[in-house]
Design a protein around this ligand. Structure first.
Ligand SMILES: [Mn+2]
Length: 352
């Protein structure tokens, strides 16, 4: 396959995946960074090597804004349930890595290429092509660079998606954004449809969102500067990071851990404002040997499967919280997030 590029790394990437067809596998419950990276890689492969690819995800897409993004931009993504992996001789993972616990790569398959900004995992070392840049705020920034280096014009819908991805992943460049993320953001800015983004950011949300927000606050506890909340069973796994981000905005809080269970896993998200501690490393201690976890300096997450013998999801949520407090050496006694004086007055049933 003739690859139309003079950039060595790009040529190696396309060579690792040609002639295709390629399955571009995102993580389970994909976020905008993952979606944008996958769509960027798809265009890159098509334009550079004429390689056809299909984008797939596991889990579900829960956030109202992500659903709106996929609908408005008509993103060509498919669920792994509809994918016959045998039809794809090559697999690339973006924003996730083999055996990372957060994707649906079959156990008997290995990836041929990994493009990611999370720390390299052991299983990734045997992947023929890897491009892992942990200093980048968004994986999508790497794809913007590839496309620019290959002199491929980024069409407005993809630019809009990529712009939104860098924006949300780095919280408008305020969280773990590198110089490269800023440059990619600036490059996309004039091409992106800002009006569409504004509409997506303010997408209408279903009532059950409010119910889970409510539960997250009601169940919240404070241990000094650490806020935790166990959501219990949830239908929408994206609520876990959502509530973790929400609680981190509370005054005087430096760490948040939010957990909940969904489809056989207890999931958690960890967030911090503390620049001196690595949330990714702490997240490993939250799951211990029972599950998988990983992340960046200020944000991380993971899961523990509940089908292990004797596993109880409520107990696992509590265990995660206790492990976090131990890892952070927190001695404070827990108290409800909302003091009694702030709790809504509940209706008392009539006596007798
Ligand atoms: Mn990412």
């Amino acid at each position: 396959m003739q690859v139309r590029t003079a950039v060595p790394r790009l040529r190696r990437l396309v060579d690792a995946l040609a002639p295709g067809p390629v399955l571009i596998l995102m993580h389970d419950n994909p976020d905008p960074d993952c979606l944008a990276s996958a769509c960027g890689l798809r265009l890159l492969l098509e334009k550079c090597g004429g390689v056809k690819s299909t984008i797939a995800y596991g889990g579900l897409i829960g956030r109202a804004s992500n659903k709106a993004l996929i609908r408005e931009l008509g993103l060509p993504i498919r669920h792994v349930d509809q994918i016959d992996f045998a039809k794809f001789p090559r697999i690339a993972t973006v924003d996730t890595q083999p055996r990372g616990g957060n994707n649906s790569l079959p156990h008997d398959r290995q990836a041929d290429a990994v493009v990611d900004h999370h720390a390299m995992r052991k299983a990734t070392r045997s992947v023929p092509f890897t491009d892992i840049r942990t200093q980048y705020g968004a994986t999508c920034t790497m794809l913007v660079e590839y496309l620019t280096q290959a002199e491929i014009e980024i069409p407005p819908p993809l630019a809009t998606l990529m712009f939104f991805a860098i924006r949300t992943e780095t919280q408008e460049l305020g969280r773990e954004a590198s110089k490269a993320d800023v440059e990619a953001y600036m490059e996309l800015f004039p091409i992106a449809d800002l009006e569409l983004i504004s509409g997506i950011e303010r997408a209408r949300i279903p009532l059950d969102y409010f119910a889970v927000w409510h539960r997250g606050i009601q169940n919240g506890k404070l241990f000094g500067k650490v806020a935790v909340s166990a959501l219990g069973a949830i239908e929408n796994p994206d609520m876990v990071p959502e509530i973790a981000d929400l609680l981190l905005r509370l005054e005087d809080v430096d760490w948040t851990l939010v957990c909940g269970y969904h489809h056989g896993n207890v999931l958690f998200s960890l967030r911090t404002n503390d620049p001196n501690v690595n949330a990714g490393a702490i997240s490993q201690r939250v799951v211990g040997r029972k599950g998988t976890a990983g992340g960046h300096d200020t944000m991380a997450g993971g899961r523990i499967p509940v089908h292990l013998p004797g596993a109880n999801p409520d107990a696992l949520q509590e265990e995660m919280i206790q492990r976090l407090l131990k890892a952070l050496e927190v001695k404070a006694i827990g108290r409800p997030l909302l003091p009694d004086s702030m709790r809504p007055v509940t209706h008392r049933p009539p006596r007798g």
